[in-house]
Design a protein around this ligand. Structure first.
Ligand code: GDP
Ligand code: IMO
Ligand code: MG
Length: 423
């Protein structure tokens, strides 16, 4: 079977964790293909709320295997703590989790370098989650990184020490003060635990699964507008978050990808620095943050909130080849009287419907205004029950994007998920 891909179409936190967990019973394998513990994917079921950073969101279903692909960067300490938290609620991840040998390792010094780089940028900082993502991918591309497969070799410690020494020199150059000793020991202890896990040739595992007709879902992290090539550069993450990243991040050929499931919030959020054309600084923005509980799953930072941006959404749909849309957090708009959607950008008096090279500060969004449904949607379970104003909102987005909306999510819980008749 071909590999379906689920990814976020905005600036992350669209609700990927919830939907992957919801869809997992339809799949044999869930695979993360990029990013690392900068991700925070939230799942809620049976009154339990769980946030995953590195582990694929299929882990709470016994019959599914979960692969951390080679495109992912792994912080061993965070991975082990995730595994232990899941174990505490009765899920033994050791059985169903596989790790690709070619995935790169985040060293304690990568995190320090992240902080040092951000310090140097001052008010121009990226707003990184400071998990060491950028420095780790930098070493990967510079051909100096340490991979999971290396922990099985005899000269692992030697390689590790060489990299740590070179990072220390960089930290000194950046005039960054640090204390490393205890984190190095914790890191090495976590590596000892990872050595006991299922470390595999990820590309062979996934291609055998394809040949054996297994159903596979690739789970994206971050969002398309944070993609290193197509996002709002330089305010992006350091990986390809788009569907093309699945091929390099798992080792599958382009003709082995199947449906591309694009997920977006019924409005828009962003955490960290960088342009955000539809950002709201008024009471509507505050309401979105409060109603949507828009605080980062990884860092707890308040998320910036704004109206849905169709210029950006259409761009993400194009870059990813999205075949179906899932609209998340619809219930957050339940208490609104009116809703706006941006359909164009006015830049220097000119109207643009295509994403410009840079999202500059002088973009004036052109909005279409809708009367809102003002109804509690969180208890609905069928499309036919949805209020007419919401159905009109859905139809408008479908017509503008040319892609069907097949899921409407109306709450954080697994069962607050409404599927369309043609799902
Ligand atoms: P991810 O990074 O894409 O997995 O998303 P996050 O987990 O970072 O953020 C999404 C947040 O919204 C989490 O707290 C989810 O529990 C919550 N959530 C997901 N879907 C819905 C929904 O339809 N309605 C509401 N109110 N919350 C949702
Ligand atoms: P999930 O998978 C939202 C943002 C950071 C920062 C920029 C770079 O939960 O949707 P990095 O740590 O990668 O150097 O940060 O990207 N960012 C995210 N924003 N959701 C995420 O992941 C994010 N991962 C990174 O806030 O602006
Ligand atoms: Mg998140």
């Amino acid at each position: 079977m071909k590999v379906d891909v689920l990814l976020g179409l905005q600036w992350g936190d669209e609700g990927k964790g919830k939907i992957v967990d919801f869809l997992t019973p339809n799949y044999n394998v869930i695979a993360r293909f990029q990013g690392g513990p900068n991700a925070g994917h939230t799942l809620e079921f049976n009154n339990i709320k769980h946030v995953l950073h590195t582990i694929p969101s299929g882990i709470f279903h016994d019959n599914t295997e979960n692969l951390i692909g080679n495109g992912v960067v792994i912080d061993p300490i965070i991975l082990i703590s995730e595994i232990e938290k899941a174990k505490a609620i009765g899920t033994d991840i050791f059985k169903t989790l596989l790790i690709s040998k070619k995935a790169h390792l985040i060293l304690p010094t990568h995190r320090l370098l992240d902080a040092a780089n951000e310090n140097k940028l001052g008010k121009n900082k990226i707003g990184s989650t400071l998990k060491g993502i950028g420095p780790c991918y930098t070493d990967k591309v510079a051909r100096k990184g340490l991979r999971v497969g290396d922990i099985l070799s005899n000269d692992f410690i030697k390689k590790f020490n060489i990299i740590i020494e070179s990072h220390k020199q960089q930290l000194d150059f950046l005039e960054f003060e640090y204390d490393l000793e205890s984190s190095i020991q914790d890191w090495l202890n976590a590596i000892d635990k990872i050595r006991m896990m299922k470390i595999v040739d990820g590309e062979w595992f996934i291609n055998h699964a394809i040949t054996n007709n297994k159903k596979i879902l690739a789970e994206g992290a971050q969002g398309s507008l944070l993609d290193i090539d197509y996002g709002s550069y330089p305010f992006v993450t350091s990986s390809n978050t788009i569907s093309a990243g699945v091929c390099t991040g798992l080792g599958i050929a382009p003709n082995k990808t199947g449906n591309i499931l694009g997920i977006f919030k019924a409005y828009c959020t962003r955490v960290g620095s960088g342009p955000f054309p539809t950002e709201l600084f008024d009471a509507d923005g505050e309401n979105l943050r409060t109603e949507g509980n828009e605080f980062g799953s990884t860092t707890g930072r308040p998320r910036r909130c704004g109206w849905l941006d169709l210029v950006a959404l259409k761009y993400s749909i194009m870059i990813n080849g999205v075949s179906e849309l899932y609209m998340m957090k619809t219930d957050v708009l339940d208490s609104f009287q009116k809703i706006k959607v941006a359909t164009a950008y006015i830049i220097d008096g000119k109207r643009h419907t295509e994403m410009p090279y840079e999202l500059s500060q002088n973009i004036e969004p052109e909005y279409v205004e809708f009367k809102a449904w003002n109804t509690d949607t969180s208890k609905f379970s069928k499309f036919s029950e949805l209020p007419v104003e919401l159905l009109q909102y859905i139809k408008f987005i479908e017509e503008e994007t040319g892609v069907p909306i097949k899921i409407v999510s109306v709450g954080p819980n697994r069962n607050q998920t409404i599927i369309s008749d043609n799902f």
